[in-house]
Design a protein around this ligand. Structure first.
Ligand code: 13P
Ligand code: MG
Ligand code: MG
Length: 367
């Protein structure tokens, strides 16, 4: 294959017992549909889930934003949503907005990350899927893995990486068009940090090797859309990340996830939660959280055939990390709705508090 495209398209189409996990029947229905319909469109595919979101991974040669690839994903999810409705699953079809399909599912609810490249002889990559948070959750780990030699010794040791990486950063609050800035590390390091500090607005969309120009990362970060005065569309992210050679090693990329930094998400998408690296197929339980991320590593042949996956967060090392992060989450939960435990009013996904405070203005008087 001269050019290969990886597409990951993820959606919540229904789950058991709340926003917890898809049913086994639903996952089987999605798998069977793809077996019957992937046909010649795809070179290979795989499916996985995290929390209540099902992720489709496609390998093909149709490039990014290809109609037939997005249509296949949408048809698969619609088929699954019908099954979920029959089973009585919660939130059946949650992430499938009713709007008409116009060749691309981006902006219709599902999270999409796609990258096209000339495959290397040993093409290794990681599929990250996240639940109960947004694409801003990837910013700090990516910054540390691709721009900080303290976390990524490859920046000092590998000749292929000594010129650093370029970050394409998107303003997700700009709803009219894609508003992006291209900044280069290490030259623009502090500017990159200044933008990424605001994880509700500036998200990393992609990363490129400065020397080779090769694409390293593509996240599902995209501009939001306004619905009834609220910013929608920045939810439950995915990310594709090539590793080794021109890029950090798989260990360097997953290393910063041990920090489990605080992000926004968890209960009603409205709280401050550590980002916990979890095993494949983990459900979401305590306080509809914590925000969770999983890492599924693959190799893919130049003909486009995937190997089996390796679960990078399924190792005894991560048990200690998870125990620490559970404590970190409990500490934040000790303060309920107070202070930074609940997101500020502009970021709250649910309108209830804003409406309540608006109505309460009538109760105020000046003495
Ligand atoms: P999801 O975005 O994963 O469906 O979760 C929504 C929610 O409100 C959880 O409390
Ligand atoms: Mg849900
Ligand atoms: Mg979800």
């Amino acid at each position: 294959m001269d050019k290969m495209t990886l597409s990951c398209i993820k959606a919540d189409i229904g789950s058991v017992g709340g926003h917890v996990t898809p049913s086994k029947g639903l996952v089987d229905a999605v798998r069977t549909y793809l077996k019957d319909h992937a046909g010649k469109t795809l070179k290979d595919w795989d499916i996985s889930y995290i929390g209540d979101d099902i992720a489709l991974l496609f390998v093909h040669d149709h490039g990014e934003n290809a109609d037939k690839v997005h249509k296949l994903a949408l048809d698969t999810f619609n088929h699954g949503a019908d099954f979920a409705r029959k089973q009585g699953l919660y939130g059946a079809g949650q992430d499938l907005d009713a709007g008409a399909f116009s060749g691309n599912v981006r902006g219709m609810g599902p999270a999409v990350a796609e990258m096209e490249f000339k495959p290397r002889k040993g093409e290794a990559f990681i599929l990250f899927t996240g639940d109960k948070t947004d694409a801003g959750a990837y910013s700090l780990p990516l910054y540390l893995a691709f721009a900080d030699p303290f976390h990524c010794p490859g920046l000092l040791l590998a000749k292929t990486m000594t010129e650093g990486f370029s970050f394409r950063i998107i303003d997700v609050t700009h709803t009219e068009a894609d508003r992006v800035a291209d900044l280069k590390a290490p030259k623009d390091l502090y500017d990159i940090a200044a933008l990424l500090r605001d994880d509700g607005r500036y998200h990393i969309e992609s990363i490129f090797n400065n020397k080779s120009g090769e694409i390293a990362v593509r996240t599902s970060a995209c501009r939001g859309r306004m619905e009834k005065g609220k910013l929608k569309g920045k939810d439950d992210p995915v990310m594709l990340c090539r590793v080794q050679g021109d890029f950090p090693s798989s260990g360097e990329v997953i290393g910063p996830f041990r920090l489990g930094h605080y992000v926004s998400g968890s209960g009603r998408g409205s709280h401050t939660t550590p980002l916990m690296p979890v095993k494949q197929y983990s459900p979401i339980t305590f306080f509809d959280g914590p925000a969770s991320v999983s890492a599924r590593a693959y190799s893919v042949s130049t003909a486009g055939k995937l190997t089996e996956y390796v679960d990078l967060f399924d190792h005894p090392f991560w048990e200690t990390v998870r125990a620490d992060l559970a404590r970190k989450f409990i500490q934040m939960r000790e303060q309920g709705f107070a202070g930074p435990a609940m997101l500020n009013i502009q970021e709250l996904e649910y309108g209830g508090v804003a409406e309540k405070i608006h109505a309460l203005q009538d109760k105020f008087h000046t003495k």
